[in-house]
Design a protein around this ligand. Structure first.
Ligand SMILES: NC(=O)c1ccc[n+]([C@@H]2O[C@H](COP(=O)([O-])OP(=O)(O)OC[C@H]3O[C@@H](n4cnc5c(N)ncnc54)[C@H](O)[C@@H]3O)[C@@H](O)[C@H]2O)c1
Length: 416
């Protein structure tokens, strides 16, 4: 039986650990957060894509712990720790350095280590390998080392871990061979590239591609607002082209742990090569403007009705960064709430996935409660299962940042 270790039990690490356990592997799952370890050990999952029943079904094969020592007995260790930005927007490899130093103290000859966290090209070879070699073992010789980016898209059900090809780059061909055999247990297709650097950059290309295209359509949304053209109609029409166009929808800005963060790992690294990555910076700038544009649009809608933002009762629908998940990290909704609160609005929200927003002293209320006495409904994130026609019919004014009221007969709807 293959024994797999996972470091970091978040959106990436937990589904990965459960997937290997479901294939019959023994799993040692390590996290620094004792509360998470306690909760998972008790069979309660905090990741929406992994229902607690699914976790409980494999707990006899999955040991959840804070102890790195337990990783000494596994065949392979997959590293899924966070890779955030520091306060001055530079890569913060703190969690990665910490986890690799601890792993070095228990690393054994013959083990395979794969980094899955998104990072800049060169991290696996220049940062991870030397830290692990403090064990006295040699990377690519005594132990195998590879990079394989995680492609999980929380909330997505049409593609699974098994049906999403896994990109992989090993420090040596033998490292890649070994990692390929492992991933083929949980994934139908492994796409090999020649180096960890190529694999690291592949993930960044995917995220930057999204970030740039979202920024492009958002910039057009700001322009069409002035031109009096419906951006949703234009996007819909352009999508009828069967080739050479890929649809991206406008919205209130980018959120989540990935798109607002990862591209800047590359722009930081590029500076070492005397390059400034203009597309990345520009996309970040345009996307950061969107919450301000959305608030200005809301302000105009109230103004047209003879109302000020100050004292207006605004019901916000959806505060997580995307539909179907409860993740509020970097969510543009938070920026919008902050701006509206600064302007003196009275705020309430409905989000079936986010029961509380302690930093704003708010808790989610039902759609009916939110609409009761509201001056304006603001649809920021369109979770499935919410009746937006009801929202548009009931609210005196609806500002729709997601295009879900297209086709509604309700009057007083303003769309991005
Ligand atoms: N969330 C996504 O959709 C997604 C998709 C693809 C790639 N990624 C990348 O995967 C990585 C992990 O992201 P995530 O969303 O799962 O993060 P997360 O914050 O949900 O989970 C990370 C976990 O690592 C733990 N941790 C932190 N330091 C640790 C340490 N030293 N030792 C052990 N555990 C430690 C944290 O307690 C946390 O539980 C990031 O690099 C991210 O960019 C995320």
């Amino acid at each position: 039986m293959t024994n797999v270790g996972i470091i970091g039990l978040g959106y990436v690490g937990l589904p990965l650990g459960v997937a290997f356990a479901e294939e019959g592997c023994g799993v040692v799952a390590v996290d620094v957060d004792p509360r998470k370890v306690e909760q998972l050990s008790a069979g309660s999952s905090y990741i929406e894509d992994i229902p607690s029943e699914r976790l409980r079904a494999v707990l006899d094969r999955m040991k959840v712990t804070t102890r790195y020592e337990d990783l000494a007995r596994v065949d392979a260790v997959l590293v899924c720790v966070p890779t955030p930005l520091s306060a001055n927007r530079e890569p913060d490899l703190g969690p990665l350095v910490d986890s690799m130093s601890r792993l070095a103290s228990v690393l054994r000859a013959g083990q395979l280590v794969v980094l899955e966290s998104t990072t800049y090209p060169g991290t696996t070879r220049e940062r991870v390998a030397p830290l692990l070699e403090e064990s006295g073992l040699r990377a690519g010789g005594d132990f195998h080392l590879a990079f394989s980016p995680e492609r999980v898209d929380p909330g997505r059900t049409d593609f699974t871990m098994r049906s999403t090809p896994k990109v992989l780059g090993g420090l040596t061909p033998a490292c890649a061979d070994r990692a390929q055999v492992l991933y083929e247990l949980v994934c139908d297709e492994v796409v090999r590239v020649s180096s960890p650097e190529a694999a690291e950059l592949t993930k960044l290309l995917e995220n930057i591609f999204r970030s740039v295209n979202i920024a492009l359509v958002n910039e057009l949304a700001m322009l069409t607002d002035r031109m009096g053209i419906d951006i949703w109609e234009v996007v819909e029409a352009a999508s009828s082209k069967p080739y050479g166009f890929m649809r991206f929808d406008p919205g209130p800005g980018m959120g989540g742990h990935c798109l607002p963060v990862d591209p800047f790992y590359l722009s930081w690294r590029a500076r070492e090569f005397d390059m400034s990555t203009e597309f990345i910076e520009l996309a970040g700038k345009v996307n950061q403007q969107m919450p301000y544009h959305c608030v200005a649009k809301l302000q105009r809608a109230l103004n047209d009705a003879g109302q000020a933002v100050r004292g207006a009762r605004i019901a916000v629908f959806g505060v997580s960064y995307k539909p179907g998940v409860g993740d509020v990290r970097e969510s543009p909704a938070l920026k919008i709430l902050e701006l509206l609160s600064g302007l003196g609005a009275e705020l309430c929200y409905h989000d079936p996935h986010v029961p509380l927003l302690p930093q704003y002293g708010l808790e989610s209320v039902t759609p009916e409660q939110a609409l009761d006495g509201a001056d304006l409904a603001l649809i920021v994130t369109a979770h499935p299962g919410v009746d937006y026609e009801l929202v548009a019919q009931r609210a005196p004014i609806t500002v729709d940042l997601r295009g879900v009221t297209r086709g509604s007969a309700a009057a007083n709807v303003v769309r991005l």
